[in-house]
Design a protein around this ligand. Structure first.
Ligand code: KG4
Ligand code: ZN
Length: 333
């Protein structure tokens, strides 16, 4: 089975070809980072317009990198939600057109399922059940994964996603976009205990998260202390902010491990690249005998390989989506 994967749910226009569910024949991403940088966040209207321009070149690049002709494809997997409606429409329309023209099936994949299953593209994969933590610019959710297609959401953010908090705080501090990598790098030079920021929902009984209060706390800190003080203590400030994010994530993860008695965690999403998070997760793993899985960086962030892999599981069973399929910006998993 040679499956073409298409991902256009947010600001990455990506295509990939996957053979037999595991072998990556090609993997292409056109990032829109340079377009949204000036705004400090993704501008939906600009994202969809750029997808429209780039989708065909990206698809052609994926096919030529895989050294395949169109007629050698067996199926297409495409993200149909959740995400930005205009961005999703571009990928889904391309998938439907190819499916019709090539007379091959296509399957509409839930982007979050793609993230949860990305780890199975690695040599070291978890056994079931496992806890799946998706932490990106658009999502912060915790799942119990009992098997393929067997997911139960245990908690999610009630407001901002963890990556969104990194990006908004970076914007506030003039550190550029996206902010996660910069804060990660700068935070290593600071003291994570220098300042105290709130750990929202810590005493809450649910496994939900909240990060908008933390962002406001940083804004209040900046307003109270003034620009000169902030500049002088920038590394301590971002390190302390980052520690609050990591504490909040790990607190709920620990609760989930105790509640479910599942000693196995799989991470996904851009924030999973955070070095402080990884160090703290390792400490937790050593302390509580947790098995921890991080996909490679290119599989953590948005990509079409994970979409091809998730779609492949349905297509190989003969399942496909109808040409009337619509996108769903709020698709749940
Ligand atoms: O998964 P992703 O590439 O795209 C989606 O949001 O779907 O994640 C991007 C997010 C951004 O918010 C970015 O700031 C954050 O991941 N990020 C990081 C790091 N690298 C990327 N956050 C913290 N530390 C990092 N090293
Ligand atoms: Zn994503």
């Amino acid at each position: 089975m040679q499956i073409l994967g298409i991902e256009s749910s947010c600001d990455d226009c990506a295509a990939a070809v996957l053979k037999d569910g595991k072998q990556v024949l090609s993997h292409v991403i056109h990032s829109q980072f340079h377009i949204h940088r000036a705004y400090g966040g993704v501008v939906p209207e600009l994202a969809s317009r750029d997808h429209l321009e780039k989708i065909i070149p990206v698809l052609e690049a994926a096919m030529s990198q895989a050294r395949l002709e169109w007629h050698q494809l067996d199926g297409i997997a495409v993200t149909c939600g959740p995400g930005l409606v205009g961005s999703l429409l571009v990928g889904l329309s391309a998938a439907k057109t190819l499916s019709f023209a090539l007379n091959i099936p296509f399957y509409g994949v839930n982007h979050l399922e793609g993230h949860l299953l990305a780890i199975f593209l690695e040599d070291r994969a978890p056994s079931f059940p496992f806890l799946g933590m998706i932490i990106s610019g658009g999502h912060t959710s915790l799942y119990r994964v009992a098997g393929f297609s067997d997911y139960r959401r245990l908690g999610q953010t009630r407001d901002d996603a963890a990556g969104e908090a990194f990006d908004k705080v970076a914007k506030l501090l003039g550190l550029g976009y996206p902010g996660g990598v910069t804060i990660d790098r700068l935070g290593r030079l600071g003291n994570p205990g220098a300042f105290h920021f709130p750990r929202a929902m810590a005493s809450d009984k649910t496994l939900d998260f909240s990060f908008s209060g933390l962002k406001t706390a940083v804004r209040t800190f900046v307003a109270r202390h003034g620009e000169a003080y902030v500049r002088e203590h920038l590394a301590d400030l971002v390190s302390s902010f980052q520690e609050a994010v990591v504490d909040s994530l790990l607190h709920k993860l620990s609760d989930a491990v105790s509640l479910t008695r599942i000693p196995r965690v799989v991470f996904s999403g851009g924030v999973a690249a955070n070095s402080r998070l990884r160090a703290r997760v390792q400490e937790l793993a050593d302390r509580d005998s947790l098995e921890v899985f991080f996909p490679s960086a290119f599989l953590c962030t948005d990509n079409a390989v994970m979409i091809a892999a998730a779609g492949n599981r349905y297509l190989e069973k003969g399942k496909s989506s109808p040409l009337t399929l619509n996108v769903d910006p709020n698709l749940q998993l």
